[in-house]
Design a protein. Structure first.
Length: 324
């Protein structure tokens, strides 16, 4: 699907401006974009251990994290596809499903919260006049929606776990009860983990967001289209919502969301399409290739008794779990 998208941009009539900009793209800036995407992936690795298991070796964190990123390239869904792969690995290795579900929710919220906090701050900054002038609908409204969503998520634990379904309950009621408990405990765990203020977690969460933004900025530089940094950041933050759709490769969802949002904020159409296309090729292939290598290594080692660093003890010992 991604190859088809590239061929459409390359061959379809009426897209000559996009092709011209891609032909003249700076190799140096594109190479920098690849490096920045790699740094974004390494930031993802930094986040992993503080959330799931601080006793895990860096090697295992690398293998699981990059495997998740590779799966995220195939089925983005805002990273949920990758977390599902990580959950399979961790439960297969002995971590309790309850803990994996809780920590997966916490990881997703911590990773996503940087985007929403950034939208809230950037919306106010743009409204105050930094960057090109934009309307209230394009500045304060996204900021207010982000603050509202953050407040709503933080209030989730107040709902309580609810009552246990009866023994004869069907699959759907049991599933809904499990999801509710995982969501509530995951939000509480996310708050607790953030309050610890671990440097690797903070650097990883911010770096994952910042370096990925920088990739898009670098692709604009590569095609020599000058777009204000505030527009790139806001367009990225809102446009990435298209990645919530579980479309294979994110084709159409992420691309359409980014291009449409950036154009609304005043970026030129042809330059934006070219920059986003280059960004998407890097975003798709680098994590996928790195994830394939990582998963191959992880798949070979997952059942080896010499790899106890995947936190098998987390599901069996309360004291060990607390320490982790």
């Amino acid at each position: 699907m991604l190859v088809a998208l590239v061929l459409v941009a390359w061959l379809a009539p009426g897209l000559g401006d996009v092709r011209d900009k891609l032909k003249d793209a700076s190799v140096e800036w594109l190479a920098l974009a690849v490096v920045l995407e790699g740094l974004s992936g390494m930031s993802y690795v930094l986040m992993f251990r503080p959330v799931f298991c601080r006793l895990m070796s860096f090697r295992s964190a690398m293998e699981i994290s990059w495997s998740e990123l590779g799966m995220g390239s195939l089925v983005p869904a805002s990273g949920i596809g990758g977390l599902a792969l990580g959950a399979w690995v961790l439960t297969r290795d002995g971590m309790s499903p309850k803990r994996v579900a809780e920590r997966s929710v916490a990881f997703f919220l911590i990773k996503s919260s940087v985007n929403f906090v950034a939208v809230a701050i950037l919306g106010v900054v743009m409204f105050l006049g930094v960057g090109p002038h934009e309307s209230v609908l394009l500045t304060l409204l996204p900021a207010a929606m982000s603050v509202t969503l953050i407040a709503a998520i933080l209030s989730v634990p107040r709902l309580g776990p609810g009552t246990e379904p009866p023994p004869d309950a069907g699959k759907v009621p049991r599933l809904l009860s499990s999801v509710r408990r995982a969501l509530i405990s995951g939000v509480a765990a996310a708050v607790e983990i953030v309050r610890r203020g671990e440097p690797t977690l903070i650097l990883g969460a911010i770096g994952y967001w910042a370096f990925d933004n920088a990739v898009l900025w670098a692709t604009f530089k590569a095609i020599d289209v000058h777009v204000p940094l505030t527009v790139v950041l806001m367009g990225y933050l809102i446009g990435q919502l298209g990645g919530l759709l579980p479309i294979p490769g994110g084709v159409g969802g992420i691309d359409g969301g980014l291009i449409g949002t950036l154009i609304v904020y005043g970026a030129p159409a042809a330059g934006t399409a070219a920059a986003v296309l280059a960004y998407r090729v890097i975003l798709f292939w680098l994590p996928l290739l790195g994830g394939a290598v990582a998963f191959w290594s992880l798949r070979r080692a997952i059942d080896q008794p010499g790899r106890p660093d995947l936190c098998r003890e987390a599901s069996t010992d309360v004291g060990a779990t607390a320490a982790i």
